[in-house]
Write a protein that binds this ligand. Structure first.
Ligand code: C5P
Length: 226
């Protein structure tokens, strides 16, 4: 299992400060919409120059197939190691992204977002006319068929997704409270043990690290338990 730290601090300076503290560790860093819209490519380049970090650009692309493939190519040019797209954009869009990336000398990993965790069943059914679990499994299968590298999912779904796709199909799970810390606004949280039992490949941890008085110590502690 690998650790991805969510850079969700309110300013570029604070995010860079955190990354600097963690530069000695083999980590993924997650750059989300807010940071990317505010701080752009320069922010990503600064992170890349800090250390051996792998960058996960969490922009959740959703558009027509050609636009998604164009955007994916631009992301690949930035030299990040991973980004994500919505499975609900459809098979054509997902396959199109992968085809475009295959033609490049080096490509990032691509994950599919199945169901946003902010939905409850009623809200979800209004859009997808299905249950969250059923649709999420279908999206995962489609992402696998479209040759993506994996999905974003909860630690609880990781095992079943691997069972219906392939054991090498990556699962990345947010909502992790490594040692049973406060769940904050997350509805269902898993600790390290549960994530491991469910064969999660990459865990995303934000607040338990960046709100800690000593983020480095927390990262170190997590890394020894992966
Ligand atoms: O602070 P915390 O560990 O809860 O942060 C989790 C990170 O993962 C945040 O950046 C959040 O936006 C993201 N995320 C999530 N649930 C999803 C997808 C992304 O918590 N389903």
């Amino acid at each position: 299992m690998e650790l991805c730290v969510a850079l969700d601090l309110p300013s570029k300076e604070k995010n860079i400060e955190l990354a600097q503290k963690l530069r000695d560790y083999p980590l993924w860093l997650k750059v989300g919409l807010r940071s990317f819209i505010r701080d752009g490519k320069e922010f990503v380049q600064e992170l890349q120059s800090l250390g051996e970090f792998k960058i996960f650009l969490d922009l959740k692309l959703y558009d027509i197939p050609n636009t998604m493939a164009d955007a994916a190519e631009e992301i690949a040019k930035m030299g990040v190691e991973m980004f994500n797209i919505h499975a609900s954009a459809g098979m054509e869009a997902m396959s199109g992204v992968m085809q475009r990336l295959q033609s490049l000398p080096k490509r990032p990993l691509v994950l599919a977002v199945t169901a946003l965790t902010s939905f409850d069943e009623e809200q979800f059914a209004k859009i997808y006319n299905d249950t969250i679990e059923h649709k999420a499994k279908q999206f995962a299968k489609e992402a696998y068929e479209a040759r993506l590298d994996g999905v974003v999912c909860s630690a609880f779904e990781s095992r079943v997704i691997k069972r219906i796709t392939h054991e090498d199909f990556l699962t990345l799970a947010p909502g992790i409270r490594p040692f049973g810390e406060s769940s904050d606004d997350q509805k269902r949280v898993a600790d390290l043990k549960l994530a491991k039992q469910n064969q999660v490949d990459i865990i995303v941890v934000g607040r338990p690290i960046y709100q800690a008085s000593d983020p480095k110590a927390v990262v170190q502690e997590i890394l020894t338990k992966l």
